[in-house]
Design a protein around this ligand. Structure first.
Ligand code: FES
Length: 83
């Protein structure tokens, strides 16, 4: 294994993610995976505000919105607009 390989952990089959559009995996903590417009994204499934499962949030135009208090996260970078 080289250094590049050690930085990644296989957690899911890409074809399943593409077919389902999203899934939650748990390689030690819950991670929400999303597939949108040909790209896979991974975010902590726990909203940093009060823990709502972000896999149940809404995605619109690359922005993931938490349903509890409407915090918004940019999927591509993981940045938040609100917290
Ligand atoms: S739990 Fe997500 S915004 Fe409050």
């Amino acid at each position: 294994m080289n250094d590049d390989e050690s930085a990644f952990v296989r957690v899911a089959d890409r074809s399943t993610l593409v077919a389902d559009g999203q899934m939650v995996v748990n390689p030690g903590r819950a991670i929400a995976l999303f597939h949108r417009d040909g790209t896979a994204y991974a975010v902590d499934n726990r909203c940093p505000h009060m823990g709502f499962p972000l896999s149940q949030g809404t995605i619109d135009d690359g922005i993931l919105t938490c349903h509890w208090h409407h915090a918004r996260f940019e999927l591509a970078e993981g940045d938040t607009f609100d917290i």
